[in-house]
Design a protein around this ligand. Structure first.
Ligand code: HEM
Length: 238
């Protein structure tokens, strides 16, 4: 587990600081010692687990909605043709709507209260455990019109949506605050890249008679489709 800066033939490589390198260099603030191997392995595997299934599931839910709603898929295809990916606002809207409607990591993680507070008339005592219902926050009918509908257009009106919730929390697929997902920028980039390329290269249609079931499997750690997406694919001709 040592950082590798030169190839075997001693040709210098362009140095890229990897996550593992940062963990190897980390010093504990209490006594300035390095992390033990077990802690390094745990942090590294957490990084892989947290980043792989989440993004793959988000992609699957988004593609399922694009197959279910061919109008949205066609509109996205029109926008992708000849446009710079960074500029396509409908693509970003589709990814955000996918994360709002189907947040892959839907189970709440506990937080402990560091001082007594009163919230909506309820006393929350110090050291109590509180859970934020991450998915339900994005489905609040007082905030979102017809929240269970997949409607990317809702993200097109108004300002650029702040997914970090630093000003106002309307949904929190990546959590919020100081323990918010550190990979959210990478995840958004991956999702936009994959959704755009999958729609650009291939058209997907529902198998005859299948209206695409968007229900979830019960009691899963992540939000998993009850019936895996199946679609007919045809390459788009140039
Ligand atoms: C669509 C994709 C993703 C979703 C929906 C997602 C969601 C989340 C959520 C909800 C949390 C918990 C935040 C909290 O405790 O409040 C989290 C934590 C975390 N995520 Fe992600 N994540 C995604 C992708 C990624 C990627 C790509 C990486 C890394 C490459 C990553 C690394 C992590 C790590 C290391 C944590 C733990 C942070 C901590 O405990 O301080 N995630 N993620």
């Amino acid at each position: 587990m040592e950082s590798k800066q030169e190839e075997d033939n001693n040709e210098p490589l362009e140095y890229v600081l990897s996550y593992v390198d940062t963990v190897l260099d980390l010093r504990l603030p209490e006594d300035n010692t390095k992390l033990e191997e077990g802690a390094i392995i745990s942090l590294s595997s957490e990084f892989l687990v947290a980043g792989a299934d989440t993004t793959a599931l988000a992609l699957q839910w988004i593609m399922a909605n694009l197959v279910k709603y061919p109008r949205i898929q066609a509109k996205l295809f029109q926008e992708i043709c000849g446009e710079d990916l960074q500029k396509i606002s409908y693509l970003k809207a589709i990814v955000l709507e996918g994360l709002r409607r189907h947040p892959p990591s839907h189970l709440p993680f506990p937080r402990s209260v560091i001082r007594e507070v009163v919230l909506n008339g309820y006393v929350i005592p110090k050291n109590a455990m509180v859970y934020f219902m991450r998915a339900d926050i994005g489905w609040n009918p007082e905030v979102w019109e017809d929240p269970m509908e997949f409607r990317p257009e809702r993200f097109l009106a108004g300002e650029v949506f702040d997914i970090t919730g630093s000003r106002e929390i309307k949904m929190m697929p990546f959590g919020a605050g100081r323990r918010m997902c550190p990979g959210y920028g990478l995840a958004m980039l991956h999702l936009e890249y994959f959704v755009a390329n999958l729609v650009w290269k291939v058209e997907r249609r529902a198998v005859d008679g299948d209206d695409i079931d968007l229900s979830e499997k019960d009691l899963e750690f992540m939000s998993v489709m009850k019936n895996t997406l199946q679609a007919l694919i045809s390459p788009r001709l140039k």
